[in-house]
Design a protein around this ligand. Sequence first.
Ligand code: URP
Ligand code: ZN
Ligand code: ZN
Ligand code: ZN
Length: 473
Amino acid sequence: MRTLIKNGTIITAIDEFVGDVLIEGEKIVAVGTKLDAIADEIVDAKGKYVLPGGVDQHVHYSFEFKGERVRGFETSNAAVAGGTTTVVEFVNQEQGKGMADTIFDMDKKEVSNQAMADYSYHAVVCDPVDATFEEINDLPSKGISTVKLFMAYKGMPFHSDDEALYKALKSAKEAGVTVMVHCENADVIDLLQKKMISEGKTDPYYHAVSRPERVELEATQRVINLAAMVGAPVYIVHVTAESVMESIRSAKNEGLPVYGETCVQYLMLDEDDLAKPNFEGAKYVMSPALRTKSDQEALWQAVDNGWLNAISTDHCGFDWKSQKHMGVNDFTNIPNGAPGVENRLGILWTYGVNTGKLSKQRFVDLFATTPAKNMGLDHCKGHIGVGMDADIVIYDPNGSSVISNENSLHGVDYSTFEGYKQDGKVAKVFLRGKLVVDEGAFIGEKGDGKFIPGKPFALCFDDVKEKKELKRI
Ligand code: URP
Ligand code: ZN
Ligand code: ZN
Ligand code: ZN
């Protein structure tokens, strides 16, 4: 089966031109101008943008918070409808079980038959025994090229201390595995949460008061130092604040292999959202907490300049009525996290590209190309080029709509970006050559998505000083 996408404006991380893309089976086999090819299907993309399918390197389809679980891969059509064709899921290691076994048992049970986007996995260290750190060496052979540790969430099964972090960094460096870290000082948050609750400060807004910017900054600086002691790369997830971004930037300036992402919500929302009345604020309870408008400006500048190299969503499908309300009398019981995977392209296009904050090339880089590199997926994902998977979005820039939960596929009862305007729309999406969104409507099937193994020694290792001594080179 050959499909020719004709006359679209093709955008890559470095390029923009009117041209054609030829798909054969699951792959892109030609890209050029006025391609003279015989095809079974011809798609006229005149006046539309042809973008690589998005790679969201930070989603949660299996996260549990105090017994409440997010919506799973049965809602991954929302990602695809929003132009994201690959997601990378965090899997919390079960106690007493290997990380890879936890991941692939889950894959068999609830992912491979449900996924509608392609996917890869991060292993989350939860059982800090010797066998876990030894297992990091084996992960690349199974297609896992990242591990994640949570410095936050004291008392929860996925919290890690500094000893675990240090040990993980050491093993991961040798194995070519990138360590990703959620940076917040868990002890200080715990004390502040107890103080708030004892003072009767139980509303969602106090979520932010109990996790001030400095708890994120302190933990970020600590892990940068731990990584520097080991000489390992480290990737800081969901950066929220100017100060935190600046500490990553200055570590980079020192020549340290320190990388970071931010998320759409930290570019768009702020602590005032947490203060919305009638428990609406609970919709915005996520960790780290939303910050200020001036942090937003600093983060836009950081993504534009490459000081942070990806924009993710940290997507968590928790219901407001049935799940967020667990914390109606105590904000510490509100499940942390908010949905967003469906809105990443539309929001970044409208408020990034169309405001001039990001060029189209920068947008593609942050949305698809560099996340694929970070995850060791760039052999097939994140770019429109010959030999790449035919994951393609046709974006129609005409018209606008208003984001509403009513039109959303994410399977929960609210939208984080309810009421925001979106310029243009995702008109068509191809997932490895298969048309899965047509005229804006999802037409794919459960099981269309497949596991894509991540390769070790990904982009984050490019700045590792002694990389020639490591196994890759
Ligand atoms: O609040 C959040 N971000 N929930 C998801 C888990 C995490 O911390 O990444
Ligand atoms: Zn986190
Ligand atoms: Zn700030
Ligand atoms: Zn997360």
